[in-house]
Design a binder for this molecule. Structure first.
Ligand code: AN7
Length: 328
C-alpha cells in the first residue's frame, strides 16, 4: 500500500501510559527521587505530562503540568486528572508553556522533566535497542518530530551500540513533521533554522514551533544521511486510518505522521521499495479519541433485533475484500 516491501511499525502505545514517554520518565523520575525533589514539573502537549504524572505519583512526588489551553487531546487530559496532577493551563501554545517551565524550574526549584532533562533522553534510547534486537539494523527509521528529544535519543542510543561494537552500521533517519509545525523540516531543506511562531495541525502532540533540540535533530539527519519531510493533516489522517484498518493498529495522529512520511519518502524516491524500514508509532489511538471519531464508519443506530440480523446478514454475505478495508 505504501510502495515499500518491508515496513515494520514499532508500536509505542503498549507502554504503561500509552506512549514512548515512559521509557525516559522511569529513569528521570528515579533521578528526581534520588536528588531529593519534592515536586516535578513539565510543559507538555499531553504525553509527557501523562507519563510524568503516573511515575511521579508512584514515586511520591507532586506532579505539576503546564499545558497549552485546548491543546491537549482528551485521553491525555483524562490521564492527568486520573493521576491527580496539578494542571496549569497557559493561554498559548506549547512553546509558551515550555518557556514558563524553564523559568519556574530556575526560580522555584522544582525538578524539570522535559527533554531538557538528560535522564529522559538516556531512557528513551531503549526504543532503538529493541528495534535492533528484533530486526537488526534497518535501512531507515522514520520518526515523528516535535521537540526533537526522541530523535536525539534514538540516535544517541544507536551510536552507542555502534561504539560498543554491537552493530556495524547505522540506519538513515527520516524526521517527519506536520505541515503546520515544521521548523526542522524547513531548516533541513533551507539550511537555516527559524522558529515557527504560529503552529497548526491535527497532530496536537507535535504542534511545536520552537523545538528545544532542533540543532541536535539537524545533526542526526546529517550524520545519518537521512531526510526530513512534512506531511499534511489529510495525509496524517489517511495514514492513521490505513494503519488501523489494514493492521488493526490504533495510533494517535502524531504517530501516524511517521507512516505518512514513509509513503511520501517512497513516492519521492528517497526510500527504495526493497529497503528495510521501521516507522515508530509513538502513542496509542486512545490518547486522542476525537481524531478516531473523525473517520467515517458504517454506524447503524437504534435497531431492533430483526433489523440488526438483516444488517449482519448483509455484511456476511457481501464478498467485498475488507482485508485492507473496503472503506479505506
Ligand atoms: C505521540 O508530550 O512533546 O520530538 O509534551 O507525544 O521528542 O518531542 C510529545 C511529543 C511524537 C514528538 N509523538 O517527540 C509532549 C511532547 C507523540 C508525542 C512526539 C510527541 P519529540
Amino acid at each position: 500500500m505504501l510502495g515499500v516491501n518491508n515496513l515494520y511499525v514499532k508500536y509505542e502505545g503498549s507502554n504503561p501510559t500509552g506512549s514512548f514517554k515512559d521509557r525516559g520518565m522511569t529513569v528521570a523520575i528515579s533521578m528526581a527521587k534520588y536528588l531529593g525533589a519534592k515536586a516535578v514539573v513539565c510543559a507538555s502537549t499531553g504525553n509527557t505530562s501523562s507519563s510524568m504524572a503516573a511515575y511521579a505519583r508512584k514515586a511520591g512526588l507532586k506532579p505539576v503540568l503546564v499545558v497549552p489551553k485546548n491543546g491537549v487531546a482528551s485521553g491525555k487530559m483524562a490521564q492527568a486528572v486520573l493521576y491527580g496532577a496539578t494542571v496549569i493551563e497557559v493561554n498559548g501554545n506549547f512553546d509558551l508553556a515550555m518557556k514558563l517551565v524553564i523559568n519556574l524550574a530556575k526560580d522555584l526549584k522544582v525538578y524539570p522533566l522535559n527533554s531538557i532533562n538528560p535522564w529522559r533522553l538516556e531512557g528513551q534510547k531503549t526504543v532503538g535497542y529493541e528495534i535492533v534486537d528484533e530486526l537488526g539494523v534497518p535501512d531507515w527509521i522514520s520518526i515523528p518530530v516535535g521537540n526533537a528529544g526522541n530523535i536525539t535519543s534514538l540516535w544517541k542510543g544507536l551510536k552507542e551500540l555502534m561504539m560498543a561494537g554491537l552493530i556495524s552500521k547505522l540506519p538513515k533517519i527520516l524526521a517527519v513533521q506536520a505541515d503546520g509545525a515544521s521548523p526542522i523540516v524547513k531548516a533541513f531543506h533551507n539550511g537555516r533554522y527559524v522558529p515557527q511562531v504560529s503552529v497548526e495541525t491535527i497532530a496536537s502532540a507535535i504542534k511545536i514551533g520552537s523545538p528545544v533540540h532542533w540543532e541536535r535533530a539537524l545533526k542526526v539527519l546529517k550524520e545519518s544521511g537521512g531526510n526530513a519531510l512534512a506531511v499534511s493533516d489529510l495525509e496524517i489522517c489517511e495514514a492513521q486510518k490505513m494503519l488501523a484498518r489494514a493492521e488493526g493498529l490504533g495510533v494517535e495522529p502524531a504517530s501516524a505522521a511517521s507512516i505518512a512520511g514513509v509513503k511520501k519518502a517512497v513516492d519521492l524516491g528517497i526510500i527504495k521499495a526493497d529497503e528495510l524500514v521501521v516507522a515508530i508509532a509513538t502513542g496509542s489511538a486512545l490518547k486522542d479519541p476525537e481524531s478516531a471519531l473523525g473517520h467515517e464508519v458504517e454506524y447503524l443506530k437504534s435497531m431492533d433485533g430483526e433489523a440488526a440480523a438483516e444488517a449482519i446478514n448483509r455484511l456476511v454475505n457481501n464478498d467485498v475484500d475488507i482485508r485492507y478495508g473496503s472503506t479505506y
